[in-house]
Design a protein around this ligand. Sequence first.
Ligand SMILES: NC(=O)c1ccc[n+]([C@@H]2O[C@H](COP(=O)([O-])OP(=O)(O)OC[C@H]3O[C@@H](n4cnc5c(N)ncnc54)[C@H](O)[C@@H]3O)[C@@H](O)[C@H]2O)c1
Length: 359
Amino acid sequence: METLEVSLGERSYPIHIGPGLIADSALLERSVTAEQVLIVTNETVAPLYLARLEAGLKARRTSALVLPDGEQYKTLETFARIVDRLIELRFHRDACIIALGGGVIGDLAGFAAASYQRGIDFVQVPTTLLAQVDSSVGGKTAVNHPHAKNMIGAFHQPVSVLADTDTLATLPGRELAAGIAEIVKYGLIVDPELFAWLEDNIERLIALDAGALAHAVRRSCEIKAAIVAVDEREQGKRALLNLGHTFGHALEAIGGYGSWLHGEAVAIGTMLAANTSHRQGWLSAADCRRIETLLRRAGLPVKAGGVGADDMLEAMTLDKKAGRHGLRLVLLRRIGEAVLTAAPEREVLREVLDPEPGA
Ligand SMILES: NC(=O)c1ccc[n+]([C@@H]2O[C@H](COP(=O)([O-])OP(=O)(O)OC[C@H]3O[C@@H](n4cnc5c(N)ncnc54)[C@H](O)[C@@H]3O)[C@@H](O)[C@H]2O)c1
């Protein structure tokens, strides 16, 4: 097991990465100190891992809430179900929620933990690659609004993250690829060596090679932890983590949160951001091709197809990152260097979004 730290003063917490963590009673005992514990999970993950986690937590009385599976359930209604259960169980302020699942469960359970009695502890037990490299770290919690992604939420850091890499063995290939999209993102924004490592090792990652997985999860968490430590509330550098996300969130909202996986939408968004960067004269055509080739080799989509530029532009202006300064985008100067900047003119975006109108 490897342990990193997210350094946030009194809100600092460890990220443990390794095989077999959800059955490690000693680690669970240290990580979950509350007497009242609610495990929030979903109907796909529960049959796979809930009993193992409960057995590992044997010293504690736990309850479990099994939610329906899917991004379309990342809503205020599902959030209310968690709060209802906490009240039924008469949980106090010193209770703890454990989020066992992917990013949807982590975001939902985290937001419930942020809100219940103005904030209780929560522990992240991410079981998708995307959640292990990204969503379980950093304390962003949220639910979606029908018209805009992650519109209702809070910053609330977990007290611990336990990334059990064994759980990735049951992850469908499409979900694994979605997680790789976020690892590519880290390479693109700050770490050209990670990007080059992915170019050399993508097949090992797809084959769930233990060494490759451990490296990718650890390096991703190191990068995210370092960025969150200097900019917890996204006043500056943390915004770079949104590379591809303004385009991606728009695609997800247009598709009704059912067409694209989050990571797939991010992959298409990353390609759109790369093409926009090239149009601005920043990113070279050769680097654009490297990005497209790597995303394709990971099994990720690089084009939306059938989504109109006007619909995209409309959805992008609803994105949270469109503030009083207008729409801003994370663009690339080169592989490994990103900047947050005012979006180019609508016409430029329209050309990138719809390179062959009417085709
Ligand atoms: N809070 C953040 O900082 C942050 C960052 C990135 C993404 N997100 C959010 O995360 C969500 C996407 O997360 P995700 O990609 O993990 O999706 P997800 O939570 O929907 O999980 C993907 C699918 O895999 C299943 N699954 C989970 N673990 C499994 C396992 N070990 N074996 C088999 N199946 C398993 C899930 O039930 C689901 O069907 C989006 O809502 C996105 O907005 C949040």
